[in-house]
Ligand binder design. Sequence first.
Ligand code: AMP
Length: 223
Amino acid sequence: MVKVPTKLVTWDEIVEWSMGLAEVIKSSGFRPDVVVAVSRGGYIPARLVCDFMLVDNLISIQSQHWTEAAKVAEKALIKYPYKVDLSGQRALLVDDIVDTGDTLILARDFILSEWKPKELKIAALQWISPVAKIKPDFYYIEVKDWMWFQYPWTRHEDTVQFIKRALSEEGKSKKVWSFEEIRNVFIEYYGIDVGEVYFKLALKSLVDLGFLKEEGGKYFIKV
Ligand code: AMP
């Protein structure tokens, strides 16, 4: 049974969704002078929205939401709080997905108070309506049941984390694994197949990180 509902998103879907999002924005009559990508997830959607809306100006802001080691306190922060003068400009803040909405709220508040645009609107490819604290001005897909969207730009990072999580759980009773066994447990946990190239790359990274040891085609969980 799948433990974490996950959808593998393709590059073609990203292009289609970004084109759809640009159409939603255009039909509202809003014409941004500058697009602000929320780093890191909003980079590619923001670049595509610029393309489909023929916007030349693209900058970014890194708003990050992180959980402290003990997992008690969650914090969001603007990583590089540089100053940009957006006075007199209509700005469009673009992200991939609004889940809790915390990173976007932080970015929006920072831009309004520090960069002072004439107008600021928010766009996201996806909006998880039951859990999000804010509704973006523009979105392409409303998600009604929470799931993890495995976007193509985090495929390696997610695969590494996913394998680590599944093996940390299963590794309590089994320390030695074959490639096929790891692949099967991955599909069982997440219900998606990232393909052999990404899978091999992730296992290599987990060996480099010291989480796994490889010997004679078998993988040993070290920690
Ligand atoms: P949040 O502050 O919870 O709205 O989300 C911050 C960022 O985490 C998003 O911009 C995404 O890059 C990533 N993220 C959060 N939830 C998801 C999800 N369900 N699927 C994929 N990425 C997500």
